[in-house]
Design a protein around this ligand. Structure first.
Ligand code: NAD
Length: 254
């Protein structure tokens, strides 16, 4: 499928996991990929692999995000797709009883304020074009409570979800679609680091997944490509859940 032929797509967090899988998928569908990441080597490797452009950016820094989108618009003439996906899930973010304000502020800044910056600075370009698709990565934890808390992460993803809905509504008549993606647990470096290398912690979570496995980043990339393409042309302000059935489940199969 060549649904994204010639479209200019910015992906934040493109150096790893879901962002990297999406860079591959976007390129396979014909997009010009701008791989943006805090890690310069990872951004470069991703860009080289997909024949795109690498940009080193800290999405928590307003000026760097403004430069990212203005720079892409200047060099490529347009910005058709923004996949605002970079995020962190550090171990210091845990139960509210043990999570200090520094961990809270860092997670809110990288996961939620970054999405505010990315949307704020890509929207003027999309408004000028009269067209654009923004996909913001939230999470299934924005929809479900967990006894294994990461309080700042969960709150940050809730913010992404409600911000996305509001932007989708506000800009719907300007040809700009804004949708949130809620992945379930996906086997990326972020998740493997936290849970999957510890079989007990992994099992504690997998019992709640009807499909009985973590998702593959490519399965999320397929959903992002759909949201980025005109195949989803009547979708905006949407919460797009790709979670192996978690949010639909009460008792899962043995
Ligand atoms: P990952 O750790 O594999 O990749 C994240 C990438 O973001 C890395 O390349 C990292 O360098 C980059 N990054 C981190 N901080 C940055 C910053 N300040 N500026 C720019 N880039 C930065 O993680 P992933 O699992 O692919 O997660 C991608 C997104 O999906 C995140 O928003 C995450 O919260 C979300 N998500 C992940 C899962 C999961 O189970 N893996 C589930 C739901 C949602």
């Amino acid at each position: 499928m060549n649904r994204l032929e010639g479209r200019v797509a910015v992906i934040t967090g493109a150096g790893s996991g879901i962002g990297l899988a999406t860079a591959r998928r976007f390129a396979a569908e014909g997009a010009v990929v701008v791989a943006a990441d805090l890690n310069p080597a990872a951004a470069k490797a991703a860009a080289e692999e997909v024949g795109g452009e690498a940009v080193t950016v800290d999405v928590a820094d307003e000026e760097q995000v403004r430069e990212l989108f203005d720079g892409v618009a200047e060099r490529h003439g347009r910005v058709d797709i923004a996949f605002n996906n970079a995020g962190i899930s550090p171990p210091e973010d845990d139960s509210i009883l043990d999570t200090d304000i520094n961990a809270w502020e860092r997670v809110m800044s990288v996961n939620a304020t970054s999405v505010y910056y990315c949307c704020k600075y890509v929207l003027p370009h999309m408004r000028r074009q009269g067209k654009g698709s923004i996909i913001n990565t939230a999470s299934f934890v924005a929809l479900l409570g967990a006894a294994t808390s990461q309080i700042a992460y969960t709150a940050s993803k809730g913010a992404v979800l409600s911000m996305t809905r509001e932007l989708g509504v506000q800009f719907a008549r300007e040809g700009i679609r804004v949708n949130a993606l809620c992945p379930g647990p996906i086997a990326t470096p972020m998740l493997m680091e936290l849970f999957a290398k510890d079989p007990e912690r992994a099992a504690r979570r997998l019992v709640h997944v009807p499909m009985g496995r973590f998702g593959d980043p490519a399965e999320i990339a397929a959903a992002v490509a759909f949201l980025a393409s005109d195949d989803s042309s009547f979708m905006t302000a949407n919460t797009f859940v790709v979670d192996g059935g978690i949010t639909g489940a009460y008792v899962t199969p043995l």
